[in-house]
Ligand binder design. Structure first.
Ligand SMILES: Cc1cc2nc3c(=O)[nH]c(=O)nc-3n(C[C@H](O)[C@H](O)[C@H](O)COP(=O)(O)O)c2cc1C
Length: 221
């Protein structure tokens, strides 16, 4: 698979087959992704690969925290509190596209909540990944981690695996760090669902749009 094809083909997948992923395959993906660049080659990433019983424990703990209406407990602000244009409109369009694809009406609060709740089970993917950063690091390491995470998603494609990066999996950071035994001062960046795509699932049937190059680029010659 060539690189541009992989970049264009990757999409967030929100329904998976009930099929385990071999540990060696995940190791191979991480073995490739570790060649991602990082400032001063500090390689700030720490990853927890979660499957089996621990995956079940986490999915149940997150789902019940969500159902209880527990306040979210993020280690950092991934999203702005006050969204400004053009980002606000894009965020709204992103949600609309998902709910329209699934035939969930704007006023169907319960339907939307149920779909959102699937986040806390990593959309039933057999593998959840969690990405951590040491608290002593600075903002640059968030960039490095993003490059590492994208590298994982592209390397996964080559193995026939699908992914969905998930901020939702970092909504209850204390709980995740407790279960996985990470120090509470570690920063939980985000999670990721990984598994084999359910190609027949409606939720996987749409593609998100992108702005044209001219809209975000200036050339200076
Ligand atoms: C760091 C990060 C966190 C995300 N968190 C979530 C999430 O919690 N739930 C979700 O369904 N999608 C999540 N997404 C997926 C985005 O909605 C998706 O990348 C975007 O709509 C573009 O679609 P595509 O990935 O299919 O190209 C996240 C993406 C990124 C990069």
């Amino acid at each position: 698979m060539d690189i541009s094809q992989a970049i264009r083909q990757r999409q967030s997948i929100r329904a998976y087959l009930d099929r385990e992923v071999n540990r060696d395959t995940i190791k191979k993906i991480l073995d490739t992704a570790r060649y991602a660049p990082s400032g001063a080659n500090c390689q700030p990433w720490q990853v927890a690969v979660v499957s089996g019983t621990t995956r079940e424990i986490i999915a149940q703990a997150l789902t019940s925290a969500f159902r209880r209406g527990e306040p979210e407990d993020h280690d950092y602000a991934y999203y702005p509190v006050n969204w400004q244009e053009p980002f606000k409109a894009r965020r709204i369009a992103c949600g609309m596209q998902l709910y329209q694809t699934l035939g969930i009406d704007r006023k169907d609060k319960q339907g939307r909540m149920q779909q959102w709740e699937a986040n806390y089970r990593a959309f039933d993917a057999p593998v959840m990944l969690f990405f951590f950063l040491d608290r002593s690091l600075a903002i640059g390491s968030y960039m490095d981690s993003g490059m590492f995470i994208q590298s994982i998603m592209l390397a996964a494609l080559e193995e026939g695996l699908a992914t969905c990066p998930q901020a939702a999996l970092s909504s209850y950071a204390t709980l995740i760090k407790d279960i996985l035994g990470y120090p509470q001062d570690t920063i939980l960046l985000c999670g990721m669902a990984m598994g084999y795509e359910d190609k027949g699932a409606l939720v996987n049937s749409y593609r998100t749009p992108r702005e044209e190059v001219e809209h975000f680029t200036t050339f200076h010659e």
